[in-house]
Design a protein around this ligand. Structure first.
Ligand SMILES: [Mg+2]
Length: 329
């Protein structure tokens, strides 16, 4: 869902709510978020704090549009607003579950395209064999794993086996509520990244206190937007908790916001920074720039233009529009 905001001076800003089509990954979904925002008045939308607790992904989209208007009015980039001064952020891709004979060519192609870090999705029955095969072909590749919480407590043995293969970053190995298994894995020296288990700062605090995470996959689009994500980011630095920037299946607009945010100092692990063309055949927004050679090779250029992203192709946006509503004063 795309949110367009126009201020009284006629400056336009854009925001993206990256909720999926169905409420699978989180309780929010695109049509639900659309109906929710359409039912609100502008006063409520201007106060995103309340919306953040009930519908964080919708709130993130509204906040992005309001931030974009403000940045464009001041001719300021998001990176500049956040205090990010680096030019690049390391690129990384997530690779979904697939049969091994499909998986290997996909990984070969990504490594060939210049990606130095891959986050491989695993689940029980699709783990050690796949990891061994990839490591044999690409010993130099930085390989992280993401189980999306799919392992039962007995999966601890598999996690230890993976660590013995040299894997040191595993995202959400166990169910978000299985704190004990995560604690054991952290104690074994594995970098355990919390994703589904960390929706709010309180989740992060609790799991850190219990020694059940080493790092967090921080997704501004999911935790309620850039402001809420910044609070978690600053807390992570103060508490020695690592961060990796997590993305959604968003278009170039959301990708631009993520690339600027991922330039903050708290991001200690390579995140999911890849261009949107990996999953979109056509995109109204310009894509992120993947640097192929020279300075910054294998990295994503942090956007430096005014606002969050360059202007969209309005014709293309119109072509993909399936519903629209307008709220005005
Ligand atoms: Mg994840």
């Amino acid at each position: 869902m795309i949110i367009r905001v126009e201020n009284t001076e006629g400056v336009t800003g854009w925001g993206e709510c990256s909720a999926l089509n169905r409420p699978t990954y989180s309780g929010e979904w695109a049509r639900g978020a659309f109906d929710l925002l359409a039912s609100l008045d502008l006063g409520t939308l201007a106060e995103p704090a309340r919306l953040r607790t009930t519908a964080p992904m919708a709130a993130a989209g509204v906040e992005m549009a309001a931030t974009d208007v403000d940045l464009r009015s001041r001719r300021q980039s998001l990176a500049d607003r956040l205090g990010v001064d680096r030019q690049w952020v390391p690129a990384g891709v997530a690779v979904g579950l697939a049969a091994i004979d499909e998986l290997i060519p996909r990984v070969d192609q990504l490594v060939g395209a210049g990606f130095g870090r891959i986050k491989l999705k695993i689940e029980p029955g699709h783990d050690v064999t796949e990891v061994r095969a990839i490591q044999r072909r690409h010993p130099e590749l930085e390989l992280h794993l993401d189980a999306n919480g799919s392992y039962p407590p007995e999966g601890l043995r598999t996690m230890i086996a993976l660590a013995e293969l040299g894997i040191d970053v595993i995202e959400q190995p166990f169910h978000p509520e299985d704190v004990v298994s995560s604690q054991t894995l952290v104690d074994a020296g594995v970098c355990v990244v919390g994703d589904e288990s960390v929706v709010t700062l309180d989740d992060a605090r609790r799991l850190h206190h219990l020694g059940a995470l080493t790092a967090i996959s921080l997704k501004p689009a999911r935790v309620g937007g850039l402001v809420a994500a910044r609070v978690i980011h600053d807390w992570a630095i103060a508490n020695g908790v690592g961060l990796t920037a997590g993305g959604m299946l968003e278009c170039g607009l959301g990708r631009h916001a993520l690339a600027a945010f991922a330039g903050l100092d708290g991001f200690t692990l390579t995140g999911d920074l890849s261009p949107a063309r990996r999953w979109l055949a056509a995109d109204p927004w310009p894509d992120l720039e993947f640097v192929r050679s020279g300075a910054g090779a294998g990295a994503i250029a942090i956007p430096s233009g005014p606002g969050i992203a360059p202007d969209p192709d309005l014709d293309l946006l119109e072509r993909f529009t399936i519903a629209r509503t307008e709220l005005s004063r």
